[in-house]
Design a protein around this ligand. Sequence first.
Ligand SMILES: Cc1cc2nc3c(=O)[nH]c(=O)nc-3n(C[C@H](O)[C@H](O)[C@H](O)COP(=O)(O)OP(=O)(O)OC[C@H]3O[C@@H](n4cnc5c(N)ncnc54)[C@H](O)[C@@H]3O)c2cc1C
Length: 478
Amino acid sequence: MTMCGNIEEEIVTMATAEQGQKPWVDALREEIGDAVYSEPQDLQAHGTDEGYRYENHPPECVVYARNKEDVVSVLRVARKHTVPVTARGAGSSLEGNALPVRGGISLDLTRMNRIISVDPESMTVTVEAGVRRKELNRQLREHGLFLPVDPGADATVGGMAGTNASGSNALEYGSFRDQVLGMEVVLADGRILKLGSKARKSSSGYALSNLFVGSEGTLGIITELTLVVRALPAVTASARTLFPDVKLAVEAAVKLVWQGLNLARLEMVDAECIRAVNRYKSADFPEQTTLWIEFHGGSEDAVADEIEVAKEICREVGAQGDMPVAHTAEEYESLWEARHHAWYAVDDYYEDQQLVSTDTCVPMAKLPEAISYTQNMMREYSMIAPVVGHVGDGNFHVFFHVAPDDEEGWQRLGTVMDGMVYKALELGGTSTGEHGVGIRKRKYQELEHGEALSVMREVKELFDPLGILNPGKVLPDA
Ligand SMILES: Cc1cc2nc3c(=O)[nH]c(=O)nc-3n(C[C@H](O)[C@H](O)[C@H](O)COP(=O)(O)OP(=O)(O)OC[C@H]3O[C@@H](n4cnc5c(N)ncnc54)[C@H](O)[C@@H]3O)c2cc1C
């Protein structure tokens, strides 16, 4: 591989010069024919996502890759014509991660959706990158297994690797990176790497696959993943508790973690969020901060004991009212309903506004301070925005919302988001626990990583010397 200087400006110039004629689109058609689409609806759909609904950054063409050979072809043409290539899975990421902000090719992996092999004895699965997690879990269930990473949306495994997704189950099972045993990845220069193995651990060589997880398609295109999968828990039970405010709910969460219980999920939403759910679902959940606690275990008795200890801790901290417990699937659906509908309910509540869900993650003990600070800033800047958290990990999200043309509102959002991130960094945390850097968090990378950022730039140049892989993401402009 070669090193070279920053050539992003060059790409933009070349792509712009080629607009209108796009000889590279013809070159793509010659190589991979009907995998190439440039109908307006395809371009439009690939230029937007949930976090940028009112902005469109359309690619100049979309390739629905059918196999790794298509990926190799796309990269060959992209190299030759210096055209940006942005990988796309389900497009459910929230920080603009999959938007082709510099045009070029949106490389859609969703048709590479084969489950290549399931090995129930070794508890591993090998899949193409476009497999969606719900279909994978449907097939794994037949073997008594599941992939525990649950980012809410029906994401692809390639996209989850791209952002190192986690979600509510990460408390027990870790983030996506913790599930990856191996992968196949196509580099910008066309080489195909097979990384890792099916072994649970390895001390052999540099852990290159860790570099690709969380790199948001800026270092290579993942075509296959080998993942560790888990046994479906024999017993699951959840409790729902109410608190007078977010501060007490988070204090309870911290205590629950310190108690050393076998917690599987610890999820919080605030009263504002419950109000939105009540309106959206015509429900009457108590409009209070709500904390859900879930245990997975081997026996009813063990789980029941843990639930009782958890309830006691919550009561000591200030939980109010009954604490209903769900054991069956129906009870579970009803108990968790407000959490499961949070995003769509808030989206509906603030219709015609752009929802901006952003997250930070801090050391567990600092979570109450991080959330209080953010809420104080929201009050100071007259912003009402629901707070939701995978609080057992120290990870929380604010569902900001602003009308697309409210310039002053966007400025206030920017100020509060800056404050939220700077506080997380000051407390020893990170600018994003699970949504990734995408577009909006690039500006915090220097402060967060210091000198390590210069090494990240060198890594980027090593893997992608032409700067064609998802330019405009993760690393701030030099
Ligand atoms: C309602 C809702 C709730 C959510 N809750 C959570 C949550 O709790 N936790 C969480 O972590 N996320 C959450 N998300 C965000 C989202 O689901 C995750 O970011 C997910 O990982 C994105 O997967 P995707 O298939 O949609 O990928 P995309 O959005 O298509 O892509 C994500 C990134 O990965 C890159 N990429 C995609 N495929 C590949 C590939 N094959 N090779 C290399 N790079 C690739 C893309 O270029 C992009 O940078 C939520 C989203 C929504 C809409």
